[in-house]
Design a protein around this ligand. Structure first.
Ligand code: FES
Length: 119
């Protein structure tokens, strides 16, 4: 499933997507250089969406994903919670693929997959 073009994702920024057109973003992506980190937009604490406004998933330093509800912080590279009520739990990763032409696709068709099947 096509998500966007790499050029649509500014380096160091985050963006939310609604790939299933559910009416709210269910997937978040953080770009760091040519690397993309994608997770289901659902906090492990209560399963709620995490942005405090559209596309705003990062702390001020841009080095952690933050849940707006209760301030949990997550490592961008691993999705692991390092601070907050869901300490040591993790966001559910979503595999993306970047094609040679820069098109970004969801590699896994089911973004609600559980942690055991994600890689
Ligand atoms: S719902 Fe995310 S920290 Fe509580």
């Amino acid at each position: 499933m096509r998500l966007c073009h790499l050029n649509d994702l500014p380096d160091g920024a985050s963006r939310g997507f609604d790939p299933r057109r559910s009416g709210q973003d269910t997937l978040l992506v953080v770009r760091q250089g040519r690397r993309l980190f994608a997770y289901a937009d659902a906090c492990p604490h209560h399963g709620t969406p995490m942005a405090w406004r559209k596309d705003a998933y990062l702390n001020a330093a841009g080095d952690r994903i933050v849940c707006a509800a209760h301030g949990a912080q997550f490592e961008i590279h691993t999705g692991r919670c390092t601070l907050g009520p869901c300490l040591d739990e993790a966001l559910v990763p979503v595999r993306l693929s970047i094609h040679e032409n820069g098109e970004v696709h969801i590699a896994d068709d089911n973004i609600q997959q559980d942690k055991e099947t994600a890689s």
